[in-house]
Design a protein. Sequence first.
Length: 491
Amino acid sequence: MREILNFIDGGLVPPLSGGWLDNVEPATGRVYGMVPDSDAQDVEAAVRAAERAFPTWSRLPAEERARFLMALADRIEAAREDLARAESIDTGKPLALARSLDIPRAASNLRFFATAAIHFHSESHSTGDRALNYTLRRPRGVAGVIAPWNLPLYLLTWKIAPALASGNTVVAKPTELAPMTAFLLAQLCRETGLPNGVLNIVHGRGAGAGAALVSHPRVPAISFTGGTVTGSAIASVAAPLFKKVALEMGGKNPNIVFADADLDHAVATSLKAAFTNQGEICLAGSRLFVEERIFETFVERFVAGARRLVVGDPLDERTDQGALISAAHRDKVLGYLDVARQEGGRILCGGGPPDSIPSGRCRDGFFVAPTVIAGLPPTSRVNREEIFGPVVTVTPFKSEDEVIGWANGTEYGLAASLFTTHLGRAHRVAERLASGTVWVNCWLLRDLRVPFGGMKRSGVGREGGEEALRFFTEPKNVCVQMVPDSPTDKA
Ligand code: NAD
């Protein structure tokens, strides 16, 4: 049994209540570790430690803070293989993906914000010859960070890095479903010599440690990534406390292929958009709209590609798609396949557990075959609700206006992709899509400087680059009146 511990004030400690949760390996369905079921007492200890660390940490020059973050990034890179393996076992995602995406990105997040904070600047406004205004940006204090299970270390560091780089101290609550790499990160922080209390990590359930963090009166900022229902609950607690809140939530992202697109590229990229990480990516292209003229050809090739994906043991290098995070989530995804059938959808491939369930150690894992569904109206539940699994719908469209209406026709607005070789169309459609990110002829091509986040029920606020540094700092304007020259000055 691998025991995970909280990281509070530089120490690795068990939960004060003595409560523990099981940590399950999704590929086997077996409990392989224990996670602290922390509560308000642990959060209180972590907040106190973060408060004690704040004065010194916040007054360090940005370059000094950057040095710690860079050193931590170096350690993450040095431990890449161990971290990737831990992430794969904890989440069910293919080891190859954790190695190529999750862990390198965690190191990049730290490096990016370490240097971004050095270059961060603020504004000044000159009021004619009467006054000079300048804006100070000071860290907010103890920042609360809450992260989901689909990209555990990647998304945790995406929040921790800007918070720390801009001088805040942090109490983080990783997901209880995949907490292992957060625990390993704590160990790397100790090796790096990060001052005690600068980063604290409290494990546990959302309703326990998570809720205690959100309602804590001395945590003025909460940065959350997770589901829209949870985001709404957090907003309702944080609003009367006047906390600053950033919410990154769910998506039901359209992927639009025009007849003039490079077909090979559009098929290959749409397969990645639909099935990478078992479709458990908020940015997944789960609604595929294909122009009528090429619909049949496209779908034939897309389905053939989906059938070729190897579903198997995440630790096997040949695996394209691993296990879903939990039995409950697997059942939720399978439930949506029933809904699809009831709504009149035609299952073109997949539609349940894979035909050849991975054998041996993965016999009881939470696997679902890559599934493509046709024939559902854009207004169906399956086309409106986030499934967060390896399930994609395909729908033909006739015109730009029609597809833009369908693409924008959900409550979400996180990301969209469009494929075309027509430059004018690319700009025109991108402008009309109601989504925080639009990818043209690509998917998940990320530049960490750009604003990242969602419209509508996908998010409040933006992360990335200066947006994140602004979120974690409080602007204060200083207005200096220009004193008229005195007679002595003139002399
Ligand atoms: P979730 O909302 O169930 O949990 C996310 C985190 O919030 C977990 O750490 C959980 O313990 C915590 N939590 C739950 N209830 C809480 C409460 N009442 N108070 C405080 N914290 C609470 O989400 P999940 O199932 O872990 O992740 C999947 C969801 O995350 C999907 O909807 C996906 O779209 C979304 N997501 C969004 C983005 C983005 O950038 N927009 C990125 C990744 C995932």
